[in-house]
Every structure is written in structure tokens, then in C-alpha cells.
Design a protein around this ligand. Sequence first.
Ligand code: SAM
Length: 221
Amino acid sequence: DINATAITADAWIENLLVPEDAALKQTIQSAIDADIPPISVSAAQGAMLHLFAKSFGARRILELGTLVGYSTIWLARALPADGKLISLELFERNARLARQNLESAGVADKVDIRVGLAEKSLNILVNDGVEPFDFVFLDADKVSYPLYLERILMLTKPGSLIISDNVIRNGGVVDPENEDPAIRGIREFMDMLSANPNLQSTVVQTVGSKGYDGFAISRVS
Ligand code: SAM
């Protein structure tokens, strides 16, 4: 069974290369204790985001979808001393847990969590004319990915990197019978990536403890 093997291999990778420290373990535990579904990125994926952001020299990171701050911690730990991360989350309850977890991880001072509909928070950032972000992690509700991409393009600059999670969804995106609203959102988002001459994009499919999925990676030019 390929899925069972992929889960075992993920545990092996995580043990060998990306052991979680106490703060990351506690972050996962905080979600379990609050009955929040385990939909954060895996340790291996978090480390990938961290390595990308660090190698890229990201100074200003925008994240859509905080949950309890697991990916936020991996990303914030890649920032330089003067770096900043803004993370958007719908629910105050998640944001509260995330703030505690960021505090334990020692990165609370670098992160600003904005609670409410990501669409609203994005509009505020656009209206405020904030300094563009050089790195974006898109991981909120999939239905709104097309709208989020539009706004993200107003908040980035040439050279910015956008990483978008869950664009394969167990192959649902290429199943013509699948008309799930999330899947339709992803398809429209992928069409936008394809049609935009200012974006160079690819998708890397992933397997492991989070199932079969994929990340879209896009560079703004
Ligand atoms: N990035 C997190 C991680 O890897 O640790 C996981 C994020 S989880 C997959 C998606 C998050 O998006 C949830 O916390 C959910 O509450 C949030 N969300 C859903 N709809 C939203 C919306 N309209 N605006 C802002 N956040 C939203």
C-alpha cells in the first residue's frame, strides 16, 4: 500500500532530518487538545517552507491560513532579526492558540496575526499600501484561491515567491467528475497561474502523512 509506505517514510524523514523541538510538538498537541483537525503542514513540509524562505532571504512573509501557527513557526524562524510575518486567520479561537504557540517558539515578536475573513484583511493591506511581501504561503480556504491570488498579486513585486498548498487534493483536480467547490476553486486558480504572463509556476506533487497533494510554486516577474 503506497499510502501506508509514504506515511512510514515521512516518519523516517522527520526523524532523520527534521526533528520537531518542544514548541513545534506542543503546537501540534494544542490542536489535538482543542479538537482542531490535523490539517497543518507536516514537519517535512514545514522544513521545506523554512529552507525556501531562508535561502530566498525573505524579509516580509504573508501567510493565508494560520490555524494554530505550525507553518507560521517554521516560516517565522527563517526570518532575519528585522523580518516580519503577517498571517491571516478566520477564527479568533485558532489565532489565540497560535499566539501562545508563537510565544513558546520565540517568534511572537515577528508575527502579526490578523483575525477575520482573509479577503477583508487582504483588502486592508492593499488599501494601506503596505510594503510588498517577498514570500507568500497560501493555505486558507481553497474556494477563494482565485480571489486570494488576485489580491496577492497586488501585494507582491517582481521576484516574489508564492507557495500555494493543496492544489492536487488526492487527484481530485484532474477528476472530471469532481465538482466539489474547493476543487473548482483550485482549477480556476491553476488556470490563472497558467494564463498570467507575469507568473512562472510549477506544481510539485507530495505524498506522506498529509496524504496525496501538491504545492504550486510561482515566481512573480
Ligand atoms: N497553514 C497552517 C499550517 O500549515 O499550520 C494550516 C492552515 S489550515 C489548512 C487553513 C486555515 O485557513 C484554517 O485555520 C481556517 O480557519 C482558515 N480559513 C478558512 N477560511 C478562511 C477565510 N475565509 N479567511 C481566513 N482564514 C480562513
